[in-house]
Design a protein around this ligand. Structure first.
Ligand SMILES: Cc1cc2nc3c(=O)[nH]c(=O)nc-3n(C[C@H](O)[C@H](O)[C@H](O)COP(=O)(O)OP(=O)(O)OC[C@H]3O[C@@H](n4cnc5c(N)ncnc54)[C@H](O)[C@@H]3O)c2cc1C
Length: 476
């Protein structure tokens, strides 16, 4: 078995120790919000009526509320959130806002080859509309359409990049070793593909907070700290219930993502896979000059266990990924967010990538649950005589596609047949994950196999090939 560049060029332990000595366990993005974007909202009490009730105030719920107000300005919309607006994945992600609705081109081609032209066009349109919404609604979520760079950090990955570039997709540029190192100065880069137009970078917590602000200005009511515990469809509409109140509405949207679904049959459709992140202090002008990165792309390397990193508006570097950890029992729990060994691994890989930044410190460390489904992208549907719609399972790529999901759910509730609702990707449900202990066994074996493939020139073992053939898998 071979080694990876991160093992061959490991920095000294003292460099890692120093970089993590004063790191806070806290989500940088949320700490970075101005107070006016974090208003304390009331909890739901008493009885309320609405046309549409949305459960969950992450991107999926908030985009759905905004899109509903666009479609029906007079509609009364209520959003009920168990904790705070954007506290979960929506407030703590990498901020890569991609056009892809299928968790990447390859995954889409493997599953819905006949639909990819439409899916690519709809995805691009969705991204354009997200970008335009900043000006349209006077929002500031620091959108930068910089595209995404995929560097090869092992020889066998260079071949993958050549094949990718040869497909001739619009806006995809191949950079050889000199070109990529001239762009971003990492000694680990052997070549790269730069997808110039299909990704923008956002400030994740700002995106959620700004959406909440805008929908409230349009009359949407948001209740926080109000966990919905039941759905009642015995009457003509749908009533959602918390311990202290109810909302009776004509229709409901469930935007609860990786959390236990209020629809029983969806409970086995997603598993939380924990992903870990570091944020550095702001780089000085000299430090910035030492890494280049003038085009400020999002970067995701080509390994199966990949790292993603990006630069913030105030020139910090967010560095995350690699370890994707599944905890037995598929629960979302704060204690799963604490994993010092993973932050050490990430710090080590950071200084392998940018050895010239030795001495830089990490100010924040955090983790979040990736909303994994077996098809690596969201599934959609309705329940209870089409009074309830749901979408979940974005598998680590929901910053852009949650808005698309909002449109799909509203279409489904309306019962309209259009380009979105007739997609096989929308109509067909993926396979569920098996219950425990099979889920943990399967997921951890898959992870082990992916790690082995990274150590063995990318070669996929029998298990991975079988999962590929079944259209099943595990990713983050
Ligand atoms: C560390 C990390 C990095 C990521 N990086 C990227 C990235 O760079 N690019 C990308 O595209 N995607 C990324 N993702 C994935 C992306 O963040 C998610 O796909 C997206 O935020 C999902 O949005 P959501 O609204 O569906 O879910 P969430 O943000 O999880 O929101 C769901 C909300 O529903 C609420 N809720 C749940 N149950 C109830 C209930 N019973 N009653 C009331 N409220 C309830 C929750 O409290 C929560 O606020 C990342 C995820 C993580 C964790």
């Amino acid at each position: 078995m071979g080694t990876t560049v991160f093992e061959r060029r490991q920095p000294a332990a003292s460099i890692i120790d120093r970089s993590l000595a004063a790191t806070r366990h806290s989500v940088f993005w949320i700490d970075d919000l101005p107070a006016r974007l974090r208003p304390d909202r009331a909890a739901l009490t008493g009885t309320h009526r609405a046309d549409l009730v949305v459960v969950g105030a992450g991107y999926t719920g908030l985009w759905t509320a905004l899109l509903e107000k666009q479609r029906n300005p007079d509609a009364k919309v209520v959003v009920v959130e168990a904790q705070r607006v954007g506290w979960a994945a929506s407030g703590r992600n990498g901020g890569f806002c991609e056009a892809s609705l299928t968790h990447g081109h390859e995954n889409g081609m493997a599953r819905w080859p006949n639909e990819m032209d439409v899916l690519n066009r709809l995805g691009r349109q969705n991204l354009d509309e997200i970008q335009a919404s900043e000006a349209e609604y006077g929002m500031d979520f620091q959108f930068e359409r910089t595209g995404q760079l995929a560097p090869a950090v092992e020889e066998h990955q260079v071949e993958w990049l050549r094949e990718w570039a040869a497909e001739g997709e619009e806006g995809v540029v191949y950079l050889d070793q000199d070109e990529v190192q001239a762009s971003v100065h990492s000694p680990t880069y052997l070549a790269a593909v730069w997808e110039k137009d299909t990704c923008g970078m956002v400030h994740p917590a700002r995106l959620a907070a700004e959406l909440a602000r805008v929908v409230e200005e349009q009359g949407v009511e948001i209740f926080e700290r109000s966990r919905v515990t039941g759905l009642d469809t015995s009457g003509t509409g749908v009533t959602v219930r918390t311990d202290a109140g109810t909302v009776a509405a004509s229709r409901a949207v469930l935007a609860t993502n990786v959390f236990p679904s209020l629809i029983k049959r969806n409970r086995l459709m997603t598993v939380p896979v924990y992903d870990y992140v570091l944020m550095t202090e702001p780089l000085s002008g000299e430090q910035l000059a030492s890494i280049g990165w003038a085009d400020r792309q999002g970067i995701g390397d080509m390994a199966n266990q990949f790292h993603y990193y990006r630069i913030t508006e105030d020139d910090r570097i967010l560095f995350g990924g690699y370890d994707a950890v599944y905890h037995y029992g598929r629960k979302v729990r704060p204690e799963h967010e604490n994993r010092p060994e993973t932050w050490r691994t990430l710090a080590s890989h950071f200084f392998t990538t940018f050895p010239q930044l030795e001495g830089l410190r990490f100010t924040h460390q955090w983790a979040g649950a990736i909303d994994t489904s077996t098809q690596f992208t969201a599934f959609f549907g309705t329940a209870r005589d089409r009074r309830v719609a749901y979408a979940a399972g974005f598998t680590g790529l929901g910053v852009g596609s949650t808005r698309f999901a909002g449109n799909v759910m509203l279409d489904l509730l309306d019962g309209v047949e259009n380009e979105r609702t007739t997609l096989e990707m929308v109509r067909k449900r993926p396979l569920p994950f098996p219950p425990e202990p099979a889920a943990a066994l399967g997921i951890n074996l898959t992870r082990w196999s992916l790690d082995r493939a990274d150590h063995d020139r990318g070669r996929r073992n029998l298990l991975l090939k079988t999962l590929d053939a079944l259209g099943l898998g595990f990713d983050s």
